[in-house]
Structures are given as C-alpha cells and as structure tokens.
Design a protein. Structure first.
Length: 279
C-alpha cells in the first residue's frame, strides 16, 4: 500500500508538471530508469535524489514531507496511521484504494455506514466526536467520498446492525431523512444493504467496524478506524479472518427485501413515537 501510494503520488506530480519520466530524467541528468524506479516505489534511490525530483516538480510542503516519510517504507506490509503522525489527510489512503477497488464490503455496528450517511447525519456525528477539529471538512470529504465510490463502477455490500438505525442522531427529521435515503440507495443494482436484527443476538461483527476492499490486479486489504489511528491490513491471515467474518455476517443478516421491510417498520415506529411526543 505504501508503495502504491508513493508511486501514484509521483505520477500525479509528473502529470501536473506536464513531464514524462524521460523528460524529468533529462532535466535532472539521470537515466530514465531512475525515475521509473521511484514511480514504481522501488528502494535504492537516495533521499537527496528524491528531494531533487520533488523540487523539480514543485511539490507542496505537506506532500513533500509525506513522500519523504514514505520513501523508506514502500516495501512494508500493513500500515498503522496514528492520528498524530503528521499526515495532512488521514483519509487519503482509504480514498485512493476505494477508487480502484472492484468490490467493497463494509460492516458498521453502531451508526449508519459512512458511505450511506446523509450530510446532516454526518454533521451531528462529527460534532459529537472528540478528535474532529473541522466539522464542515468532515462532512465535505465524506460527501465527496460517497460520490466517488457510489458511481456504479464497483460492487458494494454494506452490513449494519439494527441498533445502528435505532441510535438517534440529530433528531427526528435527520433520522427520517437518513431512513428514506437508505431506501432510495437500496434499489441501486450495484449496492446491497443488509441489516442484522437485534433479535439475532451475538454475531461475528462484535469486534468492531471494518471495510474489506478487493481489487482486480492486487491482493485485498482490510481497513479499520479508531480515534487514535487508521489501520490497513494486507497480510493474508488477517484478510482471511475478515473474509470469514463477512461470510458469518451474511448468514446472520436479513436479505435485501427483509432489510427494506425492517427500515420501513422503523420509519413507522419513529413517526408514531414523534406523534405521541407532540400530543
């Protein structure tokens, strides 16, 4: 993952500068292979040479620091990204890998999954978080992420627990908007939404939320998020474990029609409760 992010960033900088690998190499007095090695995330290029290339490409300071830090880690599997690591964009790695994924499976136990949230729902969640300093930025980036991922170019399955819909976020109007949004999304042919009912009892997802991303040309990975860090797992035993969790969730969850029925029932219950409260 580090190697892909590093290489993709160098390619993006070259495109922005209007330079090919060969043109950049000629300006620096290098062999073209040297630039190709950097683009492919290979070791063996010195920090000084990388700095020369990044300087030629007029790399912004934050991106410069990020790529210099990644330079010696491109071969390391799995990736812990602490909140205090200095990365200017903690969602960057997830966003870039979602963009090339062919299949995404998500599990959310306590709140509506981020890919399915309406902006007002996200806003109230962000206001309640202890580590969010720019609430509007959270809402904006999550909305942009949804637009990018929910484009029909990949199969998406989202499992959620019923309690994720029972938690009141933002009040009656926000929840009504969120419920109807889920129903509208549920008829998209590339998107599957399935709920695990509270009556089912203990289930395989109790350890916490995660996303399993699969790709056409590279191995799958698992994404985990907490207050303190983002974690990406690439090692096969970990991925196999989460694939087994997904299979178990699939056995426990309602099918799509039953899920829509449960959401509709919750909408009716919420409406009745609101009417009683007003009376």
């Amino acid at each position: 993952m580090r190697g892909r992010e590093f290489g993709d960033a160098i390619r993006a900088l070259l495109r922005a500068a209007g330079l090919t690998n060969r043109a950049a190499a000629e300006l620096l007095g290098w062999q073209e292979a040297k630039v190709s090695e950097l683009v492919n995330g290979k070791e063996g290029v010195s920090d000084v040479d990388l700095a020369k290339l990044l300087g030629l490409l007029r790399t912004p300071p934050d991106e410069f620091d990020h790529l210099m830090a990644l330079h010696h880690e491109t071969h390391i599997r799995d990736w812990l990204q602490p909140a205090g690591s200095g990365s200017p964009d903690r969602a960057r790695t997830l966003r870039e890998h979602e963009g090339i994924a062919s299949d995404i499976t998500g599990w959310s136990m306590n709140v509506v999954h981020g890919l399915l949230q309406v902006p007002d729902y996200t806003l109230h969640l962000a206001n309640a978080a202890v580590n969010v300093h720019d609430v509007s930025a959270v809402v904006r980036t999550r909305t942009e992420r949804q637009q990018s991922v929910l484009d029909g170019h990949r199969a998406i399955t989202i499992f959620m627990h019923e309690q994720a819909l029972r938690l009141q976020v933002g009040g009656v109007l926000v929840m009504a908007e969120q419920f109807h949004h889920l129903l509208r999304l549920s008829v998209r042919p590339y998107l599957t939404i399935r709920l695990i009912p509270s009556a089912f009892g203990p289930h395989a997802g109790l350890a916490g939320d995660f996303d399993l991303l699969k790709f056409k040309k590279i191995p799958p990975l698992v994404y985990l998020e907490s207050h303190g860090a983002n974690v990406f797992l690439e090692d096969q035993p970990s991925v196999d474990l989460y694939e087994n969790v997904v299979k178990s969730l699939g056995r426990a969850a309602l099918d799509e029609a039953q899920t829509r029925k449960l959401i509709t029932e919750i909408i009716g219950e919420e409406a009745r409760d609101d009417q009683v409260a007003q009376e």
